[in-house]
Design a protein around this ligand. Structure first.
Ligand code: HEM
Length: 402
């Protein structure tokens, strides 16, 4: 990856944030945790030239940012997400944000998940576990089960009856690549724009159908709420980008962690109520969204530094979730740790709208069904690989079952 070219104002006075010029994007991608440890200790709010942001790595500072949306705006200037996907709720502040967000509410709340979506998750778990089992005596759990399961669930919740799970995966990946296209690579923009146009076409085809005959899906809800077409398109694209990778990645991370720790796996198998704990500890341990952006609306003191107005910030959830001030022995996956709040789902106005979808589909359905179906499941000889820092999860998770 290439460093950012555009720099926000850097405060140069007495309380200027330290510059962490030793942070390299390649190292963040491979294993960000040693870097986070050093940043938290030496420079908890640091200007990081390679990523063109002030990175905030302590739990308390990240939590504070989430609670003060007036100072830390989600509506970032020059946002690549806006270019790739349009202006969705995720880049709006209240009150505009709340208009879009309210339209999502009924579809994603626990009642709807219980009444409508759980049966879909169960059907998809069976379908993709059948396909996984048919691969023989071993396969890649990430590509073979987690990815299609998450993609098909999201396709059905969103209501893209005129698309396939493979369309969802391609749209999601290419538009996410657009939002991270700091190198301004024209090929990345072309692929992102092509997906964006395909999503627009799919929405255009469905809007009149859903106006005439509404259903339980997200697309139907935003159409019924009367959101303008541009807002419908942007929110749908953001949700395709933001609702697929994370359940996929927490499923892989949790399975990997449990398979690596037979004692904890035995504990969960003996007490199914612990699937929820295993899930929550997995999103704490490896936050699927490792970093999200904000921009200051005024000069503000944070973590011992003074940030100028207009400063572009990275709220590093992946680091906050391993802050020893908040969690004992934070680098270890431990379902028996003292229960404390983590930040994996964000906080404040933008707290993840899909939290209950993720918890139900992964903790209540996918993980228990997976281990029921394959009582002999184990890690294969080939090592598992994980990667990423803005989004982090398994890249490959080879497993065997007999
Ligand atoms: C383990 C799974 C998930 C994790 C860890 C996660 C994490 C997050 C985080 C950290 C944010 C806030 C980002 C910010 O403030 O900039 C967020 C927002 C959001 N998430 Fe999730 N997410 C997950 C699953 C999902 C799913 C399955 C969906 C859709 C069905 C979804 C839909 C959304 C939406 C619509 C927002 C924007 C909310 C707003 O701006 O008000 N997420 N998510």
């Amino acid at each position: 990856m290439t460093p950012l070219s555009a720099s926000p104002p850097v405060h140069a006075g007495e309380h200027a944030a330290p510059v962490a010029d030793w942070v390299r994007i390649e190292d963040l991608y491979t294993n960000p945790y040693p870097i986070y440890r050093r940043l938290r200790e030496e420079a908890p709010v640091a200007w990081v030239p390679s990523v063109g942001r002030y990175l905030v790595t302590r739990y308390a500072d990240c939590h504070w940012i989430e609670q003060d949306a007036e100072t830390f705006s989600a509506n970032e200037d020059g946002s690549l997400m806006k270019r790739a996907m349009g202006h969705s709720m995720l880049r709006k502040d209240d009150p505009e944000h709340q208009v879009d967000r309210a339209a999502y509410g009924p579809v994603l709340r626990p009642k709807a998940i219980k009444e409508t979506w759980t049966a879909i998750f169960e059907k998809n778990a069976e379908k993709y576990l059948d396909a996984f089992e048919a691969q023989g005596s071993g396969a890649d759990l990430h590509l073979g089960f987690a990815a299609p399961f998450a993609a098909e669930n999201l396709r059905e919740i969103m209501g893209f009856r005129n698309a396939t799970k493979d369309d969802m995966q391609r749209w999601s990946q290419t538009m996410i690549d657009g939002t991270g296209n700091y190198a301004d690579d024209p090929e990345v923009w072309a692929k992102s724009a092509a997906s964006s146009a395909e999503v627009d076409a799919a929405i255009d085809e469905l809007v009149p159908v859903l106006r005439a005959d509404p259903d339980a899906t997200l697309l139907s809800a935003v159409v019924g709420a009367g959101l303008p077409l541009e807002a419908i398109r942007a929110n749908m694209k953001m949700t395709i980008g933001g609702g697929l990778n994370e359940p996929r990645d927490v499923l892989g991370t949790a399975a990997w962690a449990l398979l690596s720790s037979p004692g904890q796996l035995a504990q969960v198998l003996a007490d199914p109520a612990l699937w929820a704990t295993a899930f929550e500890e997995a999103v704490r341990w490896v936050a699927p969204i490792g970093m999200y952006p904000r921009q200051t609306t005024r000069e503000v003191a944070l973590g011992g530094a003074t940030l100028p107005r207009g400063a572009r910030i990275g709220v590093v959830l992946g680091a906050a979730n391993r802050d020893p001030e908040q969690f004992d022995d934070p680098e270890t996956y431990n379902i028996n740790r003292e229960k404390k709040p983590h930040l994996a789902f964000g906080g404040g106005a933008h707290f993840c709208a899909g939290t209950w979808v993720a918890r139900t589909s992964v903790a209540n359905v996918a993980l228990p069904r997976l281990f029921e179906r394959f009582p002999q499941l184990r890690l294969a000889d080939r090592p598992a690989r994980e990667g990423g820092w803005v989004f982090r999860g398994m890249l490959e998770l080879p497993v065997a079952w007999n």
